[in-house]
Ligand binder design. Structure first.
Ligand code: FES
Length: 205
């Protein structure tokens, strides 16, 4: 069955239910990973609803994304309790480690970073979630070790490309592999190191 047929099936299944637009958008996002305009247009057409209405809902709720998202979704709570306990510093540490801003996804599609409001775990402030896992009482120094298990289990690309070379240390290559890649690519190790520091692998550019 094509992905469009699956989308039509979702619309058909939920269109008579209460709150059907949110439900359809949620299921469509599970299917596509995000909600590109073509998908919104198809939903609007099938529901006989203006696309501005569909897009308005997609834009309003942070749970929906119009851009492809990473495999792991990081949400940094910026609610009052977390803010008071240093959430901004946690957010800055994550931005620094992954070299990305709020709403962005890493080049290897491993992480998407978002800011969120209180998630109801104020006793653990400052708090972040990665997918369904909650990490609390964090300091900026904890961030590398929190991120590392997600980076470590990331499947290495079979054939690294030039665009992926900047991400090599994040995909867990060891020194021998780096040397092999260096020989294959004809590129020299750059004079800086992995931004996660503790893996201390040279990065090729
Ligand atoms: S303010 Fe962050 S969990 Fe409540």
């Amino acid at each position: 069955m094509s992905i469009e047929m699956e989308l039509d099936e979702i619309i058909e299944r939920y269109k008579k239910q209460e709150g059907m637009l949110i439900r359809i958008l949620q299921k469509s996002q599970e299917l596509y990973g995000y909600l590109p305009l073509e998908v919104q247009a198809r939903i609007s057409e099938k529901l006989n609803m203006p696309i501005s209405t569909v897009n308005g809902v997609v834009s309003f709720y942070s749970l929906f994304s119009q851009e492809p998202r990473g495999k792991n979704k990081i949400s940094v709570c910026l609610g009052t309790a977390c803010y008071v306990k240093g959430a901004q510093e946690i957010l800055s540490a994550i931005k620094e480690e992954l070299q990305l801003d709020v709403g962005e996804t890493t080049l290897d599609k491993l992480f998407t970073l978002n800011a969120t409001r209180c998630i109801g775990a104020c006793g653990l402030a400052p708090v972040i979630t990665i997918n369904d896992e909650v990490y609390g009482r964090l300091t900026p120094a904890d961030i590398p070790s929190v991120l590392y298990p997600y980076i470590k289990t990331h499947k290495k690309p079979a054939i690294p490309t030039a665009q992926l070379l900047m991400q090599i240390c994040h995909t867990g290559y060891n020194n021998n592999e780096i040397i092999k890649l260096q020989k294959a690519s004809g590129k020299v190790p750059a004079a800086f190191w992995c931004s996660l520091n503790f893996c201390a692998l040279p990065v090729l550019i």
